[in-house]
Structure formats: C-alpha cells, structure tokens
Design a binder for this molecule. Structure first.
Ligand code: PLP
Length: 261
C-alpha cells in the first residue's frame, strides 16, 4: 500500500515535522510512467530511502537514501577523524555513511541502469505490476481462493479457504513445490506472494495457484510426477519467491535447475 504523501506533507510542513518516505520496495514505481502516480507528492519529503536490490534486481546490497538538503549526511555522520579524512570533498563516502570502509554499491546501480536504461527499467516495473495484477485476477476467479488485499504494488495477499496460510506455506515448502511467505493482519492470516521477478510467466503463477488451491488433493503435484515436467519453472519460482531480493541468487538457482535436470 502507498501512503498519501501529499496529505502527509500538508500535515508535516506547518508543524516543522520531518517527512521521511520508506520507498525501499515501492519507490521503484517512480521508474514507470504508468505507475509513478502512486508516489504523487513524494517530492515534498525531506528524505527518501530506496533499495535498488528490490524491484530493480541489483544484487544485494544497493540501498540509496536521498535528502532534500545537501550536507545532512555529512553533518550527522561525519566523525572528523583527521587521520582518515583530510580535506573536504564529496568523493569519500566514509564521511557521510555509517560505515567507513565500504563496498562500492553505487557502481552496481550505475552499471545496471546503464545496461537496462530508463526504458528497460520502466518495462521491468510494468511487467512486475502486470504479473501481480494477473495473479490477483486468477485468485478472484478461483472459488478455492480469496483475495485478501488487491495489490497496489506487487504484494498479492490471498487466503486458501479452509487452510492456515502458515501451515500451507510450510507443507508446500517441505514437499519441494513452492517457497512463498505468509503474512498476518490482525487475526487474519494469508499467503503473501510478491511478483517481483519479471521473468516469470503467467503459467508459473497458474501452477502456484493450482498447488495452493488444490493441496493436498491434487495428485499431480506430488513429486516425482511433476518434477521432470516442471523442474525449470520450479527452480525459477523458488528463486523468485524465496530469494526475491537478489538477482544473483536467482541466476544461481536457475542454473542449478538446469544442471540437476
Ligand atoms: C518497505 C521496506 N522497507 C525496508 C525494508 C528493508 O530492506 P533492507 O533491509 O534490504 O534495506 C523492506 C524489506 O523488504 C521493505 O519492504
């Protein structure tokens, strides 16, 4: 869900309150002309956090925090260690980060953006949204399932009627079929599927719903009957749903699927 940033800014500004937006996950919608309206008003924030290792698929870690006012990070984090920092320049990230020694994460973001380009990233975000909308439609069409929350971003929260989501996720994992997480809101428990992998096909999602909605009655879903047929999909999905924050893991597991089968 996206917060109403314009309304929040109107409350914060007169009171002198700091407005920070955690766009770690959903902030990447800004890369799509179709979906950036979800963040309307975000430009009024004092600071904005964003993880390129989520929707943008940059390998962990690649986190960005932006401040409206230049110099905030140096003001609050610089340690004035003369033996380390000699002279004021913008090129020593040790002065404006919690760590002193650190990896050059910015290079990964720059290289990935160069590779995909604005249009490539826009297409990626649009595909992620399209998959989550497809998933929501499939849930609504299946009488065994219930859509708990229509996806405003990529989270598709659904329940399998008559099943505990936590138990179902555990059983499907133990059966080697699917790794997907669950969530709770109040007393409500649901499967929380995040359609973050743009390489998924609609048919992959169909398998997920077949497994969830017919488990444990769907005989075909028991290994080994399905493994030879679905192995590549399966590994791709495991990677997509379980390691949904690391493109590197994704590639690793897809390769593993190729080697095993
Ligand atoms: C909205 C939001 N903020 C922050 C985080 C934490 O991300 P990380 O620890 O990778 O920076 C997450 C993780 O999914 C998230 O969804």
């Amino acid at each position: 869900m996206y917060d109403p940033f314009e309304a929040l800014a109107q409350v914060c500004r007169p009171q002198g309150l700091w407005l920070h937006i955690d766009g770690a996950f959903g902030g990447s919608a800004l890369l799509s002309r179709q979906y950036r309206h979800l963040l309307k008003g975000c430009e009024q924030a004092d600071s904005f956090a964003w993880n390129a290792h989520k929707m943008m698929g940059v390998p962990l870690t690649a986190s960005v925090v932006l401040f409206r006012q230049k110099g905030m990070l140096r003001k609050h984090l610089s340690e004035k260690a003369e033996y380390l920092y000699q002279g004021e320049d913008d090129y020593n990230p040790g002065e404006y980060s919690l760590q002193c020694g650190r990896r050059n994460d910015a290079l990964k973001v720059w290289a990935a953006w160069k590779y995909y380009g604005d249009e490539g990233y826009e297409a990626r975000v649009n595909r992620q949204f399209a998959l989550s909308h497809y998933a929501a439609r499939q849930v609504e069409a299946d009488p065994a399932l219930e859509l708990v929350q229509a996806p405003e971003c990529l989270n598709v929260c659904f329940a399998v009627k008559g099943h505990s989501a936590k138990e179902l996720c555990r059983e499907l994992d133990e059966a080697g079929l699917l790794k997907v997480g669950y969530g709770r809101f109040g007393k409500r428990e649901f499967i929380r599927m995040v359609c973050i992998d743009p390489d998924l096909e609609e048919s992959d999602l169909d398998h997920v719903f077949a497994w969830c909605g017919r488990w444990p009655l769907w005989p075909e879903c028991h290994p080994p009957a399905w493994t030879a047929r679905l192995a590549p999909d399966f590994f791709q999905m495991q990677a997509a749903f379980y390691y949904n924050q690391g493109a590197a893991y994704h590639v690793g597991l897809v390769l593993q699927g190729g080697l095993v089968f």
